[in-house]
Ligand binder design. Structure first.
Ligand code: NDP
Ligand code: OXD
Length: 314
């Protein structure tokens, strides 16, 4: 085809077909298991690549994650020390903003109560709360967290945000680091988790943390929404918190083990709304073009964009 660097496509967990077709429009693409030893492979486009696969490529120059999160890339203990590009894209951000608005509004407007009433044909109207009386706290004020914060504020919610380093977002009460975590939780009624999974964040959504959430408002209890990563949370702690009233309800898009095992009690818990890691799906129609443009630019000597900080792990 051309002299452009070849791509290894290693996508596990779902079909790589559309990614393959779209990437192949401009570059030669090899699918594992044919790729590994090929010295003409310069880029890897990956989701949960097979451990050891990338380390075998002598001329690999950059790794492109097809997701915003990169914990799946770091899961490979032999990962070569190369630039990792992650997804930052309007289309993905829009999907996540929609998911957050959908879930926050459903909890705020008592969707679970009305669904239960409907099954019993109950005609009952509970008191209505104003959005301005509810504080939504977003853990992770990055690309997705900031966009979700802005959308929530346009509807009238108060918004708190927590990040690793101090951040400023107009209209948002911001907190950071270990010292900021409890004050952030104490001021939050609905907790939205949009953190990356790193060593520092693994298991952070546990019973002790949920206990710190505010429960003084007309919501009738604190609410958890996790669309970050499953291993940020302890599934069993969430169930315990729901059962003893620490949490009123939860919307979970991610789980410690995915797919969520059929035997998990989470599936049938009446206070949990489950989606299958579908809050914001990576759509090749929107993401392949920018990936190919980055490869072209890189070959012209330009810097790669949306690089992962390996030290921080995201
Ligand atoms: P970013 O890297 O832009 O933002 C991450 C945010 O988390 C930053 O504000 C960062 O702080 C903060 N953070 C990281 N580590 C810590 C820590 N130890 N303590 C406090 N704050 C921390 O990521 P995105 O917003 O693009 O994406 C967030 C995550 O959403 C992804 O990593 C992925 O796991 C998940 N995701 C899930 C999807 C789904 O469908 N369920 C789809 C897409 C993404 P700081 O600002 O200081 O750097
Ligand atoms: C992502 C995801 O990280 O889809 O983009 O989970």
């Amino acid at each position: 085809m051309s002299t452009k660097g070849k791509i290894l496509l290693s996508i596990n967990g779902f079909s790589p077909q559309r990614w393959y077709e779209m990437l192949s429009e401009e570059r030669e693409v090899v699918l594992e298991p044919d790729g590994p030893a090929d010295p003409s492979i310069e880029y890897a486009v990956v989701w949960k690549q097979k451990p050891g696969l990338l380390a075998k490529l002598p001329n690999l120059k950059a790794i492109f994650s097809i997701g915003a999160g990169v914990d799946h890339v770091f899961a490979d203990p032999t990962l070569p020390d190369l630039p990792i590009v992650r997804v930052v894209a309007d289309n993905l951000t829009q999907h996540m903003v929609e998911y957050v608005l959908w879930r926050v509004l459903d909890h705020h407007r008592q969707g679970q109560l009305y669904r239960a009433q409907q099954t019993k044909k109950v005609w009952h109207e509970p008191p209505q709360r104003a959005a301005e009386d509810i504080s939504v706290g977003i853990m992770g004020l990055g690309n997705l967290g900031r966009a979700a914060a802005k959308a929530l504020m346009t509807i009238g919610f108060r918004v708190n945000g927590w990040s690793r380093r101090p951040q400023e977002v107009v209209g948002v009460s911001t907190y950071d680091g270990d010292a900021g975590l409890v004050p952030f939780l104490n001021a939050t009624d609905i907790l939205v988790v949009l953190l990356p999974l790193t060593e520092a964040t693994t298991g952070i959504i546990n019973y002790g943390l949920l206990k710190e959430l505010r429960r003084r408002n007309g919501l009738g209890g604190a609410v958890l929404i996790n669309a970050g990563r499953g291993r940020l949370q302890r599934d069993a702690d969430i169930l315990r918190a729901l059962d003893d009233g620490t949490l009123k309800e939860a919307s979970l898009d991610v789980f410690e083990v995915e797919p969520l095992p059929k035997t998990s009690p989470v599936w049938s818990h009446p206070k949990v709304f489950v989606t299958p890691h579908a809050a914001a799906t990576s759509d090749p129609a929107h993401l392949v073009g920018p990936m190919l443009r980055q490869m072209d630019a890189f070959e012209r000597g330009e810097r790669l964009q949306n690089l992962v900080d390996r030290e921080a792990g995201y």
